[in-house]
Design a protein around this ligand. Structure first.
Ligand code: FES
Length: 371
């Protein structure tokens, strides 16, 4: 039940300044204030960002685009970034990171969610989240950005890697970018060509845009390519030598693009973003270590092969986390003593007080963390 309409929630944010000052001076607790505010509307909070689901739209057989209207605490985002989304299920707080497919100045954003079989979050969002529900939004992150030069642009996407690139493409076209743009999207089959209808309409509207799909597990139709990324797929790309290239997809796909880029030695620039775990550096032999969780007053016999996030979960703890790939920073924790190894680079860290990302850090020697 809501006592005030959502339209008032955004306006109310400006009126909460005195309460914020009382909280800042320790006269009130933010959590107590929030308990009262959410009685007025579930999206009303003193500082935290909550958003109302205003629209659901299927954009592929396995992908849903959500339109969200944030409360007045939203501080904005850029196309190409991703945001953290929180929800509570069965008393457990869950979090995932999703790319923004559209960003508007009034706190209205769109994200696209791909179904992950066996996942705890995406099946719920796709099947049960309804228009009118409220979700908490977390920090916005991500470095992908539309090139600042007026050169041709090549967008390479695999699977849900299309989502941040679509956000950038929509914004660039709306702002009048007029150099050639080629978008090449790799999907397993026809039904996974996310946003196909919109992309075909944009291609008809903007003569500088060329969109192509490559099917990796089905027979291609006329005009489509077949198979995984290869340099041969780029033969028809307009102004390829001058292109600024943006690539997003699973780590293997991004690695293939990077390898092509190095061999081609093009003079432009390459930006990449991978959203599956990078290949971990596995040079260390198996070793037992003692791992302490200071806040939880727990200790465990661990090994040096698994991430601290996996080890904590195996111990029954529930650390906050999102991407599990070292990107979103929501699993960041403080190292109190001992040594950890960055599983991506193999680098060792042993400075007490150092922030570490649990999902990509493994124990190197006995250690204690602030969890
Ligand atoms: S869960 Fe995202 S950085 Fe660890």
């Amino acid at each position: 039940m809501t006592l005030i309409p959502f339209a008032w929630v955004r306006a109310c944010s400006r009126l909460l300044g005195p309460l914020r000052r009382l909280v800042a001076h320790g006269w009130l607790r933010e959590s107590d204030v929030d308990v009262v505010l959410k009685l007025l509307h579930p999206a009303l909070r003193l500082n935290r960002v909550f958003a109302l689901v205003t629209q659901r739209q299927w954009v592929a057989d396995d992908m849903l685009e959500l339109t969200l209207q944030a409360n007045g605490n939203w501080r904005g985002a850029q196309p190409g970034q991703h945001l953290q989304l929180y929800l509570e299920r069965d008393g457990v707080r869950l979090s995932r990171s999703y790319s923004l497919t559209a960003v508007q100045a009034n706190g209205r954003v769109q994200i696209a969610i791909k179904h992950q079989a066996g996942g705890r979050v995406s099946p719920y969002l796709l099947e049960h989240l309804a228009v009118g529900d409220v979700l908490e939004l977390g920090p916005v992150q991500g470095e992908l950005s539309w090139p600042e030069t007026p050169d041709a642009v090549l967008l390479l996407a695999a699977g849900s890697g299309i989502t941040p690139l679509l956000g950038l493409l929509r914004a660039a076209l709306a702002q009048g970018f007029s150099a050639p743009i080629t978008l090449l999207h790799y999907v397993r089959e026809q039904g996974q060509r996310a946003f196909a209808g919109e992309l075909q309409a944009l291609q008809a509207q903007y003569s500088n845009l060329q969109v192509r799909w490559s099917l990796t597990a089905a027979t291609a139709e006329a005009g489509e390519l077949t198979g995984r990324f290869t340099a041969e797929h780029l033969h028809s790309v307009t102004a390829l030598p001058q292109c600024r290239v943006l690539a997003c997809g699973p780590a293997g796909f991004v690695a293939q693009v990077q390898q092509w880029w190095q061999q081609a030695a093009l003079p432009g620039a390459l930006q990449v973003e991978a959203f599956t775990p990078p290949a971990f550096n596995a040079v260390e032999g198996l070793r037992a270590v003692r791992l302490g969780f200071a806040r939880s007053h727990q200790q465990m016999q661990a090994d040096n092969q698994r991430s601290l996030l996996e080890l904590a979960e195996a111990q029954g703890l529930q650390p906050a986390h999102g991407c599990r790939q070292g990107i979103c920073a929501s699993c960041t924790c403080t190292l109190l003593s001992g040594t950890v190894r960055d599983m991506r680079s193999g680098a060792l860290f042993s400075e007490p007080g150092q922030p570490i990302r649990l999902c990509v850090s493994a124990p190197h020697a006995d250690l204690e963390i602030d969890l």
